[in-house]
Every structure is written in C-alpha cells, then in structure tokens.
Design a protein around this ligand. Structure first.
Ligand SMILES: [Zn+2]
Length: 169
C-alpha cells in the first residue's frame, strides 16, 4: 500500500515519534509499505512520521531500489558517534520543491534494530551519513529547514505560506 506523504505544516512532522515496542506483523507490513512509498515518490529515505505514523521507524535506500543489499531499515535508531563536517544540498519529500545547503557531521555511527528486532550498528560517511541524520531528525520532529540559519529558513517558509494560500501545497 502506498501512503500519502505529509508535507511541512503537518503537526506530526514537528513532534518527536515514540519508540517501536515490539516487532509485529503490522510493523513488518508498514516497513514494506514505507519502502514502496519511498520508491514511488521517488526518494532515498523515508521516516514513519512522513506518512503520519508517529513511530521511530525509517527506511533508506541510496540505490533507489536498484540494489537489495542497500536497503536499510532503522527501528528505534540512535546516533552514537558523529564527527567531521559536510555541507551539501539537501531536500525532503515533505518539503517538495525546495533544497538548501545544510551543514552536518561527515560521519556518523547509528545503533538501531533491524526488521527482525535484532540490534545492529551502521557507519555512514558522506551521503549515507547525511541520509541517516536526516531520517533520525524526522523522528525527533526536526526538518532540514530547521537546521538552516534564520534568513534562509524564513525565505523557504514564506514561499511555502504563499503556496498554501494559493492552494498549491
Ligand atoms: Zn525528509
């Protein structure tokens, strides 16, 4: 099943999500639906709050469906190490049509559960580090535009408000 992706302005995008307590067939199904929704968008990452589900759950696939080995499912992820710095353009399926340069650590180590409920650790640099941080931010109720300096953020927010008023958001 494909879910509609909620956009900036939806309350669920600015609220911290709650941990997944047990892996159930429903959660497993939800993970499949999240991958399908992400590919249909298309995107390289999707967090559950973006489909209106307030759980600490995210999927990433930098290959956008081309290589199964690159599917990453993160249940209750936590960043346990971060270092370095990268500044790259970033976008978000919940903020369609906008990108901006965002400064983030260049490397992170994340601890999470996989879809079987087993703990694992993943290290990412460059784009993977960025995707991991972007998705985990969603679980905290933070969007990439919240990481921009005031003026840059205000400009995007103002444009979104105009689109909203015109009924195009
Ligand atoms: Zn996003």
């Amino acid at each position: 099943m494909l879910y509609p992706i909620v956009k900036y302005g939806a309350a669920g995008l600015s609220t911290p999500a709650r941990p997944v307590e047990t892996m159930t067939p429903e959660i497993d199904r939800l993970i499949d639906d999240m991958f399908a929704t992400m590919y249909a968008a298309p995107g390289i990452g999707l967090a559950a709050p973006q489909i209106g589900v307030p759980l600490r759950l995210a999927v990433i696939d930098l290959s956008v469906g081309k290589r199964d080995a690159e599917l990453i499912t993160l249940v209750n992820p936590e960043i346990v190490e971060r270092d370095g710095l990268q500044v790259e353009d970033e976008g978000c399926l919940s903020v369609p049509g906008f990108t901006a340069a965002v400064a983030r650590p260049g490397r992170v180590v994340v601890r999470a559960l996989d879809r079987q409920g087993q703990p694992f650790t993943i290290e990412g640099t460059d784009l993977l580090a960025r995707a991991l941080q972007h998705e985990i931010d969603h679980l905290e109720g933070t969007l990439f535009i919240d990481r921009l300096r005031g003026v840059k953020r205000d400009l995007i927010v103002r444009k979104i408000r105009k689109l909203e008023k015109a009924g195009r958001w």
